[in-house]
Ligand binder design. Structure first.
Ligand code: IDP
Ligand code: MG
Length: 171
């Protein structure tokens, strides 16, 4: 397939990005893409969510540390900022600005090249997550967001009626 494709991408500002006060910097860099932010929130990451997010890396020796990293246990910041960017070639544009997974190999002007590092344990602490392709983006977006948290219709939805469902509301 050729030409530009409109797609959506999950961005996570990881706990090291938050601890280093890089949120503004990262959002400014990503604004160069001219993409639209269609969802954003702060998330306290459970072990289940972290393990499901990185399920493709379950067999890697660094997996347990990676889960602690995403949960914020390495940085005493138990949260991440989750955003969805949407528009032409969103995945390619955001991955380009993020840079390569290994911060030492990432271009020095990229986000990971500028702010990432390799821990003495070998884990890549690279500030930001960006979905790798369209099917991963869809899987990840559905994992992190519900349809009503996103201001455009990205994927098909269904409506279900919940009876006697407890919900928090303002007192
Ligand atoms: P990506 O974040 O560029 O998509 P993935 O292969 O999906 O790269 O890996 C997820 C995360 O796991 C990386 O962002 C990095 O924090 C960590 N990671 C991946 N590969 C390695 C490795 O070989 N050594 C150490 N950490 C790694
Ligand atoms: Mg990945």
């Amino acid at each position: 397939m050729s030409g530009r494709q409109t797609n959506a991408v999950l961005i996570l500002i990881k706990p090291d990005g938050l601890k280093k006060s890089l949120t503004g910097n990262i959002l400014t860099r990503l604004s160069e893409t001219k993409l639209e932010i269609v969802a954003a929130k702060m998330v306290r990451v459970s072990k289940d969510l972290a393990e499901e997010h990185y399920t493709h890396l379950r067999d890697k020796p660094f997996f347990p540390e990676l889960i602690k990293y995403l949960q914020g246990e390495l940085h005493d910041r138990r949260k991440v900022m989750a955003l969805i960017y949407w528009g032409p070639d969103a995945i390619a544009k955001c991955r380009d600005i993020a840079g390569k997974t290994n911060p030492e190999e990432a271009e020095s002007t990229s986000i990971r090249g500028s702010y990432g590092r390799i821990l003495t344990t070998g884990l890549y602490e690279n500030v930001i997550h960006v979905s790798s392709d369209e099917s991963e983006a869809q899987r990840e977006i559905k994992l992190w967001f519900s349809p009503d948290e996103i201001i455009v219709d990205l994927y098909p939805i269904k409506e279900v009626v919940h009876k006697e469902c407890k919900q928090k509301t303002w007192a």
